[in-house]
Design a binder for this molecule. Structure first.
Ligand code: F0G
Length: 430
């Protein structure tokens, strides 16, 4: 008998109160903190449950059934139980794990890899979470979904809502969203509202909207978002043949992704599929560093909000919703929380690009952070390190203009001799 999927309950991450369902705000009814999905049946599952999982997941990889081809629903034994017909999927997940070469040489880290979540259907890691959460929305009979976003969530929500034949509302900070992301939300037919505020302001307004309108909230304070996003840990471990890396490094904005990644690893450990946790480190832009300051100034007990400013617009967030969950991940895994400057992000992005790995500025923060962690002796030469790249390079092409080392020549005459003369100069320089 294959292991069955389990029923879940929602537990408050702060006071621990357990509830079966949540209202539209996904808050604890006792203390208003965030909730997380937990699966009480796992505690009494027979040992075969965990042992059979690796095999079942591997077998599904060759299947073309939508629920098996999905890099989220393939792991459905560790997800909320849903009816097959409600699953909204576009083959999300299934992203490549690629070794770095130049950066590996320069940092003396022979085992340095990137997990490129930008290779998801809409170009960011959000798709794994949106697939899971919009499936719950469909199962509950909603026809409208909504989110506040720095851009990627809105692109993903718009696309998955279109697939599910639902309507979407997205609130964006006016003038602060990269053009590629805005284009996606519009193309997929979202109702896009640009507000004169930042992401934190959009999320605040969205709370007011959701109280009055029957729209399902798809931001990462929705615990089902994290259930989808945690599957990156499962997929990564499969790709690494279940050998736990010493470090996994992820950028931090609203802190849903780092929380999900940590939850995924902790569940694997608790079920006995892995024996230890990687150190999960979170990197923020120095201009949008509430978690860094919170860890540094009070050890993670009380959030220090900041007014965010960074050209890595995806992580331009000063009041992150999932900060408590992220603190828990840092403490449980022994990871570091580091900040990087705008210059360091740009430099790291250029270096990744120079080895053929394009990504968003926010994603490049991981490499910039890694350099600091190596310099501090926190990451050592023998360690295996995985950088989670969260978004595709084409999301934010305007950022390219400010990168060092560009070589765009011309316009020049369409004349063979002129081109050859230019090439001779280039050859001479190398
Ligand atoms: N990287 C990218 C490319 C992102 O789009 C985001 C968040 C993050 C990192 C940070 O992840 O918020 O879970 O800590 N983007 C959200 C959005 C906020 O609206 O698209 P996080």
């Amino acid at each position: 008998m294959p292991p069955q999927t389990a029923t879940h309950v929602l537990r408050c991450v702060y006071c621990g109160k357990v509830q079966e369902t949540a209202d539209r705000m996904f808050r604890c009814t006792q203390c208003s903190e965030l909730l997380e999905a937990v699966y009480p049946e796992w505690a009494s599952a027979p040992p075969e449950f965990a042992l059979r999982l690796k095999e079942i997941w591997r077998e599904r990889r060759g299947s073309s059934l939508p629920e098996n081809a999905s890099g989220v629903w393939r792991f459905r034994e560790l997800l909320p139980r849903v009816e097959r017909q409600h699953i909204v999927t576009m083959c999300e997940g299934n992203t490549p794990l690629v070794p770095l070469k130049k950066a590996a040489r320069e940092l003396h880290l022979p085992n340095l890899l990137v997990k490129h979540q930008g290779m998801n259907p809409t170009g960011s890691f959000k798709d794994t979470g949106i697939s899971a959460a919009i499936t719950m929305a469909k199962a509950e009979g909603f026809s409208w979904v909504c989110c506040a976003s720095t851009g990627n969530t809105s692109a993903s929500v718009a696309a998955y809502a279109a697939r599910a034949e639902m309507k979407s509302i997205v609130l964006l900070p006016a003038g602060q969203v990269a053009a590629g992301k805005l284009a996606q939300a519009l193309e997929y037919g979202a109702n896009v509202l640009q507000l004169r505020t930042d992401f934190d302001g959009c999320l605040r307004v969205l709370h007011e909207v959701v109280r009055k309108f029957s729209a399902y909230l798809l931001n990462s304070l929705n615990p089902y978002r994290l259930e989808g996003q945690k599957t990156v840990a499962f997929e990564l471990m499969e790709q690494l043949d279940w050998q736990v890396p010493e470090h996994v490094i992820v950028p931090g904005g609203n802190l849903g992704n780092s929380s999900a990644l940590g939850k995924g690893f902790m569940e694997l450990r608790d079920l006995g599929l892995i024996q230890s946790l990687p150190k999960i480190s979170i990197i923020q832009a120095a201009g949008a560093n509430p978690l860094v300051r919170t860890m540094r100034e009070n050890g993670g007990t009380e959030l220090i909000r900041v007014t965010p400013e960074t050209r890595a617009t995806a992580i331009r967030i000063g009041n992150p919703a999932s900060w408590r969950k992220a603190v828990n991940v840092l403490k449980s895994s022994g990871g570091a929380c580091e900040e990087v400057s705008e210059k360091e992000i740009a430099q790291a992005k250029a270096e990744l690009g120079a080895e053929g790995i394009g990504c968003e500025p926010a994603s490049a923060a991981t490499l910039a952070g890694l350099k600091k962690l190596v310099a501090a002796g926190f990451v050592k030469s023998a360690d295996k390190v995985v950088l989670v790249l969260t978004g595709h390079m084409l999301k934010d092409v305007d950022y390219m203009k400010q990168l060092p080392g560009q070589s765009l020549l011309g316009p020049m005459e369409a004349d063979g001799d002129a081109v050859i003369r230019t090439l001779e100069q280039i050859y001479a320089r190398h």
